[in-house]
Design a protein. Structure first.
Length: 314
């Protein structure tokens, strides 16, 4: 049985909430939670607490939501908690050195990639987009650089040919918490030693944005197929057809060639579109005002829109 530690948890989205759940089920004591300030969400743009804050409140854990941790008052507030360790998971605020040095055992982070590959904001999606054979979670000791700290523990999972950003996220959200609990036990026992990252192997996972989700049909089909999977469930790849936005939720490699963006065939199996190299068969689409549907269902009602030779994104 490992020593029970006084832990401060810092995180914001669902991925982080899964880690907090595991911590609450462990022998350790979660003495406080830090999360991003409430943000407008949904149709009414009502101020909504993060998944981590909601979970903390359910368990009557004090929640702190400073705008920044560079503020001396916020730093003093953290120091007064007298934590043994701070666990940071997708928190979204920079931790200055003063904060990193505050807990007795420092701060550790659960990061959704096999570091040093994919430091930064969107490691799950960038791994799929790049065609990486595997992904995973790295638990690391934090330092002032972005995801540069010594690696304490790694767990990996293969990236399947049909993995989306959503499915890989959900798998890593199950793997990460187990790895963190194991790492905390090693830290408490003094048996875990960090391994320095090789900076020469580092790649940077830029934050996702909507403009890059627009499909460039001049690119190879194999790259676009990966992009469509990586950007599902957000921001969802898109193109235009007859001036309407066409959201593309799923696709597979098709057959044929032609001018990039031109429709090669349309049937119950999908809409096949020529790319710079090869072709892509779009199998799940969403038209403006509608929901995502299998192409067979869209095709039944809009057949004339998908005539062979029609060019997307004109």
């Amino acid at each position: 049985m490992s020593e029970s530690l006084r832990i401060v948890f810092a995180g914001t989205p669902e991925f982080a909430a899964e880690h907090l759940k595991a911590l609450l089920d462990s022998p350790h004591q979660v003495i406080a939670v830090y999360s991003q300030p409430d943000r407008p969400a949904g149709r009414g743009q009502k101020l909504t607490p993060s998944p981590v804050k909601q979970l903390a409140l359910q368990h009557a854990i004090p929640v702190y939501q400073p705008q920044t941790l560079r503020d001396p008052a916020a730093q003093a507030e953290l120091a007064a908690l007298e934590a043994d360790l701070m666990l940071v998971v997708a928190y979204g605020l920079i931790l200055p050195q003063q904060v990193l040095d505050t807990p007795r055992l420092g701060c550790i982070n659960s990061h959704a990639s096999l570091l040093p590959r994919w430091r930064g904001a969107a490691p799950i999606q960038r791994a799929i987009e790049a065609g990486d054979p595997e992904s995973g979670v790295t638990v690391m000791q934090m330092e002032a650089g972005l995801d540069t700290g010594p690696m304490l523990l790694k767990v990996s999972t293969p990236i399947a040919a049909d993995d989306s950003g959503g499915s890989l996220h959900d798998r890593l959200a199950q793997l990460g918490p187990q790895a963190v609990i194991e790492a905390i036990a090693g830290l408490a026992a003094g048996s875990l030693v960090g391994e320095a990252q090789d900076d020469r192997l580092a790649t940077y996972a830029h934050k996702l944005n909507k403009p890059e989700a627009r499909l460039d049909w001049a690119r190879p089909a194999v790259e676009l197929e990966r992009l469509i999977r990586a950007f599902n469930p957000w921001p969802i790849c898109h193109s235009t057809l007859s001036g309407e936005t066409l959201k593309i939720h799923a696709a597979e490699l098709g057959e044929g060639s032609g001018a990039p963006g031109s429709i090669l065939s349309a049937d119950k199996q999908g809409l096949t579109v020529a790319c710079g190299q090869g072709a892509l068969r779009l199998t799940r689409l969403q038209l403006p005002g509608g929901k995502a549907l299998a192409f067979a269902d869209v095709y039944n009602s809009r057949r004339e829109q998908f005539a062979v030779g029609t060019v997307l994104d004109q």
